[in-house]
Design a protein around this ligand. Structure first.
Ligand SMILES: C[S@@+](CC[C@H](N)C(=O)[O-])C[C@H]1O[C@@H](n2cnc3c(N)ncnc32)[C@H](O)[C@@H]1O
Length: 234
């Protein structure tokens, strides 16, 4: 992917260099597989074309952009839907037409309200082992994007709550959980945090347990029981 970016002579791509290893980690399992990738924010279309070259002939790349001029980047395997990432009816149309998505990449307005609206509408339409990537989250620290350190609308702060929600069953204090945070907790295997990028990696909800296995003492053949300390969310 990095080499493709460096040698690109096709449509221009504008990405921070440290994103490439993260993108490659997220996308490599879909190479030469049937998959649907949604990218919010197409601009000149260069990144969508890069995903197509990287993923191969079975990938369907869907773009969403507010600017109708982005349509010019459409070609085989690449569909561009025009509308705003903050508009529920646009998101509904997109879902009806293309969901489920294996990977969603949000490189749109980077406004906190838009990032969260899209995430709330689209998260459940990511496949059970897919992922949702939000890039350029340094804007979560900038007031002109609705952010600010510790700001109540910051998507970084939202993600801190999602980290708490993943630990829901261990938390002893009473807490009025946002149901969406519990949905995230039930369907997220891991959250990766990098400089300006967050990746929600989905995974089937499993019963959490920490069994003791192996011989109980050096001079005994007695094995530990397979006990379950369930921490599943009901
Ligand atoms: C940073 S550019 C995308 C760059 C592209 N992904 C790439 O890597 O080459 C951001 C894009 O988001 C689009 N955009 C801005 N606000 C939007 C919104 N509310 N909904 C959808 N797209 C939006 C802009 O028109 C612009 O094309």
């Amino acid at each position: 992917m990095w080499n493709d970016f460096l040698t690109n002579q096709d449509l221009p791509i504008n990405k921070w260099t440290h994103y490439f290893p993260l993108y490659e980690d997220a996308l490599k399992k879909y190479q030469n597989r049937t998959c649907t990738i949604l990218e919010i924010g197409c601009d000149k279309g260069g990144s969508m074309h890069l995903w197509k070259r990287y993923l191969g002939p079975y990938a369907q790349i869907v773009g969403l952009d507010i600017n109708p001029e982005c349509k010019t980047a459409e070609e085989e395997q690449i569909h561009i839907h025009i509308g705003s990432q903050s508009d529920p009816s646009t998101l509904k149309e997109l879902i009806e037409k293309f969901a489920p998505f294996d990977v969603i990449i949000d490189d749109g307005s980077h406004l906190m309200a838009d990032v969260e609206t899209s995430f709330r509408h689209l998260f459940e339409h990511v496949t059970a082992d897919g992922c949702y990537i939000i890039e350029d989250l340094h804007t979560a620290y900038w007031p002109e994007y609705g952010g600010g350190l510790g700001g109540k609308n910051s998507f970084i702060e939202f993600t801190k709550q999602a980290i708490d929600a993943i630990h829901f069953s261990y938390i002893r204090e009473d807490h009025a959980w946002d149901p969406f945070l519990l949905e995230i907790a039930n369907h997220t295997r891991a959250i990766r945090i990098a400089d300006s990028m967050i990746i929600y990696e989905k995974g089937r909800a499993i019963r959490k347990h920490a069994p003791m296995r192996g011989r109980l003492s050096p001079d005994s053949n007695q094995l530990g029981e397979l006990t379950f300390n369930s921490h599943a969310i009901s």
